[in-house]
Design a protein around this ligand. Structure first.
Ligand code: E4P
Length: 214
């Protein structure tokens, strides 16, 4: 399973890269705002340290506007993926960008029908938002299972980026289903390392080792 980091915080990304665990990055306008930098500056900084796909999102609502934004973003680095919202105009833009060889990530996916439409349009990735579905008492992970079943049935090459991840079990359950990618906030990535019995075991072994010294 590939791990993407869902942030525009360059230092957090750098730490994940140093661990060899950052296969890519996803951003959105909210994350860019939190970085306190302008989009082009921060994406170029990220592109200096991340070799994998970096998703960049615009704000256009028309296919023409999205294509224009996508063409501009793709000049910033060779590994830029253009994030496109799940709308009719978005699907037109996906098809046009795909024809130009520009990778797309269809975002704000909340149903299997939306994912199927995005795959038919030629999206490189789809991003179903599991956390936001769970937030409204729907089953985010069931959506991942449904999309995987459909993509496998028709051998679609579109990859699933499980997005809006809230905790490590979202990652684990997505991995059990065979989702291609999990994009997670730094806090979730950090939590994945943690287990109280690991800490307890290390402390115990350290203590016992000290007792063996002459
Ligand atoms: C994905 O690409 C989005 O940036 C992200 O996962 C949204 O997550 P949120 O629901 O925590 O805002």
């Amino acid at each position: 399973m590939k791990f993407f980091i869902d942030t525009a915080d360059v230092e957090s990304i750098r730490k994940a890269v140093e661990l060899g665990m950052c296969d890519g990055v996803t951003t959105n306008p909210t994350l860019i705002m939190k970085s306190g930098k302008d989009q082009k500056t921060v994406i170029k900084e990220i592109a200096k340290i991340v070799k994998g796909p970096i998703s960049v999102e615009g704000i256009s609502e028309t296919a023409d506007g999205m294509v224009k934004e996508g063409e501009e973003f793709s000049k910033w680095a060779p590994n830029i993926v253009v994030k496109i919202p799940m709308t009719k105009e978005g699907m037109k833009a996906v098809r046009r960008l795909a024809a130009q060889g520009i990778d797309t990530n269809v975002t704000l996916i909340f149903s299997a029908s939306q994912a199927l439409l995005a795959a038919k349009a030629g999206a490189t990735y789809v991003s179903p938002f599991v956390g936001r579905l769970d937030d409204i008492s729907e089953d985010g992970l069931q959506l991942i299972a449904d999309i995987l079943e459909i993509f496998r049935a028709y051998d679609y090459k579109t990859q699933i980026i499980v997005a809006s991840i809230r905790h490590p079990m979202h990652v684990v359950d997505s991995a059990r289903l065979g989702a291609h990618i999990a994009t997670m906030p730094t806090e979730v990535f950090e939590k994945m390392f943690k287990h109280p019995l690991t800490d307890k075991g290390i402390a115990q072994f350290k203590e016992d080792y000290a007792k063996t010294k002459k």
